[in-house]
Design a protein around this ligand. Sequence first.
Ligand code: PLP
Length: 375
Amino acid sequence: MSDPTRRPSTTLVTAGRPPAHPAEPLNVPVVLASNFRNHEVAATVREYSRTDSSPGWEALEDIVGTLEGGDAVAFSSGMAAASAVIDLTRAGGRVVVGTDTYLGVRGQLADGEALGRWTVDVVDVTDTDAVLAAIPGADLVWLESPTNPMLDVADLPVLCRAAREAGALVAVDNTFATPLLQQPLALGAHVVVHSATKFIGGHSDLLMGVAIAESPEGADRLRRRRVVSGATPGALESFLAVRGARTLGVRLAQSQASAGELATRLAAHPAVTRVRYPGLASDPGHERAAAQMSGFGAMVSWEVADAATAEAVCAGVRVLVHATSLGGVESTIERRGRYAGQAHVPAGLMRMSVGIEDVEDLWDDLDAALKVATA
Ligand SMILES: *Cc1c(COP(=O)(O)O)cnc(C)c1O
């Protein structure tokens, strides 16, 4: 791990670099290698990249592991990282998960339940008492905060402590917060998961995931899942993810500032019925978020009267992009209720990922799209 005393934005720039030898490159190049020369004596075993590792993704592991304060293991996608953690659940075990949890994770858990591998208890993570009641006897407690797409905030310190005391593995999907705004290991989680596809990569050009364990033993168990499932990142993706991570600090600062501004203006717009952003003092998750996060992030979810109006807004934007993914330099917006399995999401709710465009252009775009949609 790199120097943990450095500030996070410095770690993003300085971690994951090759040894400082003269005339060597500053960054790990694209290492296109499955096979490495056999070596008899070496500190690190590196013979085959699926079973061992690759310098490219080790750089990302160094950056994210240092920021999260744990031992990071890179995967081919966020879902691969999540699956590695879920895979640790014993046969016949019980999993507790929030209603508003990333669709892929809900799907993975539901598939396993249908195959008779485990049972799943679905709870509202904002209802701390309900989650606490479900925890005893659980094998895995899967928390996401803020959640996708409702931006609900779970009381992570209280829930992580309860899960630990009950002997459950507690995992937190930290994708929306990024490693800069929330460090779940410090709040009591055993393992943290990121879709590096989103803010860490930041340019909508790669799929990658990272799972960060609190201990080297925990990381070894996750690495073992990577070896046997083969969910290894690609060399180019690893390079791009590190390159993206270098600018996460400045990207997120800009996106977060714009997200706060847009949330405030949307909340005052007559055609907008509700705004969810943990940074708004009126948001139900505000107090918890202020207590456990160092910023409120770049995701804003907001509602208009109905599905048709929301679809018209999404069709009407010209600066924002009507697209599903998030965390990129470009702002994206979509109506989440269009997906199956999102019955709890209001029909007119749009999830917006705020990028780094000028905030006034984003506002003019949203305001114009709203005018057309409600005309
Ligand atoms: C996108 C996403 C994932 C899955 O990541 P992939 O890289 O698409 O596999 C998991 N959790 C959250 C919160 C996400 O937004």
